[in-house]
Write a protein that binds this ligand. Structure first.
Ligand SMILES: [Zn+2]
Length: 457
């Protein structure tokens, strides 16, 4: 039997290389642990879905069969995106679901995202249950199949009000990921003129990798938006829970800026809190405060944001990575297609080009996310040492690594939860402020941790 690799059980999810770390035998073990969790939460039915990866169909088959063998009823919604799985889970009495997905990772990866009793379940929690024993049930759970897509599209259309009769031309880039199963139809039914790019699902990702947070994956959609004179471009990640936005002039709008556009729209209608992660621009909390909303900064990571949503019940939450959670008139899970639909709603209500909306946001100078490669064993120690010894003077925020807010900008250094890397980001009121802040941080890092190779990648 395959030895279970502990490192596949992570803070937010379960993820590993197929078939070395995650395979059909491992899925049976994980299904057993999920069944134990379901029992302890009085959950008797669970929804399952899978993305378009080559290994997902087989893993999903074993997951379905094993959950049933352990007595859990299974509603299988087939090849979907992660938001569709969350949506389907919300519709079940138990509000529970499992998605087989490798998200935006290389094609040989696969994994699971879990929600049980409406709560995110970390990979670590499942690992704790792996060695517990439970017998197969004498009454296997019922297995049913359902196609959730039409219901999802119907609800989004009821939810999004397009004021303007002008048909928006939108380029949709699914990067051959699972979003191809829903995004083209959704935006057509919303009344858009859809130009499809890589919407056929192919687990080999033959065109570009389905990760819109990397600029190199956006060159195709930028060219298409420009050549087709489209109103905007929307790029989805492999499992459709993240969105990337391209303006009509071909500019990339970073997710923290997208959050500003959404925050303004929402806070003009109602007051409440908005959660964002430590990597976001300082212009975002400033905007939220100016509109009498309450900004809440969170550690980076899906699990933290989801727990923050449970705790604070904000109107909106989002991360620099592109996960955006609408909780004002949607269900509070991260949903790339729905976020795209809300952008269309704003463009239509304002009757303004998205480039013009974007140009009105404060002009700050920032880096994208920068990385320094270290090791999983040392990354947290480095951050601890840096935080303790850093002599830079400013408002220090230590909820996730060290972020220092200065009068003229801010800098962040934290450990990645998912890779053996340090994550850095800097922002300044001017280009020279940005460069000075970045230089100060890098000098401090070299002084405190002289052994690290501080080449940024
Ligand atoms: Zn994703």
């Amino acid at each position: 039997m395959t030895e279970i690799t502990k490192s596949i059980f992570r803070e937010y999810d379960i993820r590993g290389i197929y078939p070395i770390e995650i395979n059909e035998e491992v899925i049976i073990q994980i299904a057993k642990a999920i069944s134990i969790k379901c029992n302890s939460e009085n959950v008797s039915e669970i929804c399952i879905g899978r993305d378009g990866r080559n290994s997902s169909k087989s893993l999903s088959h074993y997951l379905e069969k094993s959950l049933s063998n352990f007595g859990v009823d299974v509603e299988n919604i087939g090849l979907v995106t992660t938001p569709l799985l969350y949506f389907a889970s919300k519709k079940t009495k138990s509000k529970s679901g499992v998605m087989i997905t490798g998200s935006h990772n290389p094609k040989n990866y696969n994994g699971l995202k879990l929600v049980i009793n409406d709560k995110p379940i970390s990979g670590n929690e499942i690992y704790e249950l792996i060695n517990q024993n439970i017998d197969e049930s004498i009454h296997p759970g019922k297995i049913s199949r359902k196609d959730i897509r039409d219901l999802y599209i119907k609800e989004v259309i009821e939810n999004i009000q397009l004021k303007n009769s002008k048909k928006l031309k939108v380029v949709i880039d699914c990067g051959n990921g699972a979003a191809g199963c829903i995004a083209p139809k959704l935006f057509q039914e919303l009344g858009c003129d859809v130009i499809e790019l890589f919407t056929e699902i192919d687990g080999n990702f033959p065109n570009h990798h389905p990760d819109p947070s990397k600029l190199e994956n956006l060159s195709d959609i930028i060219s298409k938006v420009k050549s087709s004179k489209a109103d905007l471009g929307l790029a989805f990640d492999g499992d459709g829970d993240r969105v990337g936005l391209i303006t009509d002039t071909g500019e990339v709008v970073f997710p923290d800026k997208i959050m500003m556009i959404f925050s303004e729209d929402i806070l003009k209608k109602e007051k409440g809190s908005i959660i964002f992660d430590v990597k976001c621009t300082k212009a975002l909390p400033n905007l939220i405060k100016s509109l009498n909303g309450k900004p809440i900064m969170s550690p980076t990571g899906h699990f933290h944001i989801k727990n923050g949503i449970k705790e604070h019940n904000p109107l909106l939450a989002g991360e620099m990575s592109g996960h955006i959670f609408f909780n004002d008139k949607w269900y509070g899970f991260d949903d790339g297609h729905y976020s795209g639909a809300r952008i269309i709603e704003i463009i239509s209500a304002k009757n303004e080009r998205i480039s013009s909306i974007n140009n009105k946001l404060p002009k700050l100078f920032s880096t994208p996310e920068l990385n320094i490669t270290v090791t999983d064993e040392t990354k947290f120690k480095i951050i601890e040492e840096f935080s303790a010894k850093c002599k830079l003077d400013g408002e220090k925020i230590t909820i996730d690594g060290l972020r220092i807010n200065f009068k003229n900008g801010w800098g962040l250094i934290r450990a990645s939860n998912t890779t053996p890397k340090l994550v850095l980001r800097f922002e300044g009121n001017s280009q020279s402020d940005l460069e000075a802040i970045q230089k100060d941080f890098m000098n401090e890092l070299s002084r405190i941790c002289p052994d690290i190779d501080i080449n940024l990648d």
